[in-house]
Design a protein around this ligand. Structure first.
Ligand code: NDP
Length: 245
């Protein structure tokens, strides 16, 4: 919905990934002035279309639309972003079909790198519903000892410096600097910040952080592509759950 430039890039990348792995994708580009009722009507149509396995609404939505109402309208069994309250609740209990794509991508990176989370001090900077909160739950399910930091956290540096696994999801360019990182820590940078028309940087200052970290993800090229891969995984799962293929 609307004209958000970053959304256009994300949607194009998601479509490309679908094409690459053989999932049919259908894009509904809605003009800025579309009403909430019209969006919900479209979602209902897709909910009831059994050739459709998964539905996602690219956020953010225009200001006159209630984001929560849109998320709640998506059938939880087709909710490949895992933002619906039913799927959010399932993440709390650990009995889930879908995991939000970005935290799922982070967990996959950790697993594929042979890093055992059990007993590790895990610090997540950021507590958004789409990244920070589910991220902390997934690390907890893997037996990490998790601290979640946010804009009101006191002495952030002391917290980040205690982390064996540090996840930055703040949305401030180069916010976490090398001196905030423990020697040898695993540093995962979720941030995507456009600081110039063709320059993306993360929430971690890569050059100073890489001198201290034991492992670190780059931006671009780290968590971003994993997010899309996990969206594909959720969509395949949705096809299985809904038996649409
Ligand atoms: P939000 O803006 O929703 O949340 C940012 C979080 O950072 C908030 O919890 C906020 O705290 C916290 N924060 C802000 N300032 C500070 C500070 N000075 N000290 C400590 N914490 C602070 O962002 P998102 O979670 O949606 O996204 C975070 C980043 O990840 C962005 O750069 C975004 O572009 C990127 N992103 C990347 C994705 C990917 O695919 N790689 C997917 C989604 C997001 P408070 O709650 O107190 O306000």
């Amino acid at each position: 919905m609307g004209e958000d430039p970053a959304s256009k890039v994300y949607v194009a990348n998601k479509k490309k990934a679908c094409e690459y792995i053989g999932i049919n994708s259908f894009e509904y580009k809605l003009p800025e002035e579309t009403t909430e009722e019209e969006v919900i009507e479209l979602i209902n149509k897709l909910n009831n279309d059994n050739t459709v396995s998964g539905i996602l609404c690219q956020l953010p939505v225009p200001k006159h639309i209630n984001e929560e109402a849109i998320i709640n309208a998506i059938d939880p069994k087709k909710d490949v972003d895992a933002f619906h309250p039913i799927n959010v609740g399932k993440i709390m209990t650990g009995n889930y079909d879908f995991v939000p794509c970005t935290p799922a991508g982070v967990m996959e990176l950790i697993k594929e790198s042979g890093i055992d989370v059990t007993g590790k001090e895990c610090v997540v900077v950021g507590r958004s519903n789409i990244v920070g909160k589910p991220m902390s739950m997934l690390l907890l399910h893997q037996n990490g000892t998790v601290t979640v930091c946010h804009s009101k956290t006191k002495d952030l540096k002391a917290k980040t410096k205690s982390a064996d696994i540090l996840v930055a999801a703040v949305g401030i360019p180069n916010f976490i600097t090398g001196d905030m990182i423990k020697e040898g820590a695993v540093v995962i940078d979720v941030g995507i910040n456009r600081i110039a028309p063709k320059t993306l940087v993360g929430d971690v200052e890569f050059d100073t952080a890489k001198e201290v970290a034991g492992a670190i993800t780059p931006v671009p090229g780290g968590v971003g592509p994993m997010t899309i891969a996990m969206l594909m995984k959720n969509t395949l799962k949705a096809a299985e759950v809904n038996k649409t293929v």
